[in-house]
Design a protein around this ligand. Structure first.
Ligand code: ZN
Length: 97
């Protein structure tokens, strides 16, 4: 049987699941569904911010306030507290320290 690798864009999937009421999913079943009958050899899950240029910032989807200002790979300012926007409380998925 032909093998397949399934690449899951975690950022996109998180947004889709959020729009559907945050259902829990079985990733093994999801990967099998994505493979469309092929045997699943590997599943890769990745999640990163999209490219934002040399002076990136990131805005809240709920209120459009700037949440993160980065310089290179370091975060210069952050308005994410307990995984929520400090201005409107919108839940921000990910790990923020
Ligand atoms: Zn907000």
């Amino acid at each position: 049987m032909p093998l397949s690798a399934v690449y899951i864009d975690g950022g996109y999937l998180t947004n889709v699941l959020r729009a559907l009421g945050k259902p829990r999913i079985d990733y093994a079943q999801f990967a099998a569904w994505c493979a469309q009958g092929f045997e699943v050899f590997r599943v890769y899950y990745y999640d990163c911010l999209p490219y934002q240029g040399p002076m990136p910032s990131w805005s809240c989807p709920g209120c459009n306030a700037r949440l993160v200002y980065r310089k290179g790979l370091s975060i210069q300012e952050s308005s994410i507290l307990d995984q929520e926007c400090e201005f409107c409380g919108y839940e921000i998925a990910g790990a923020w320290d």
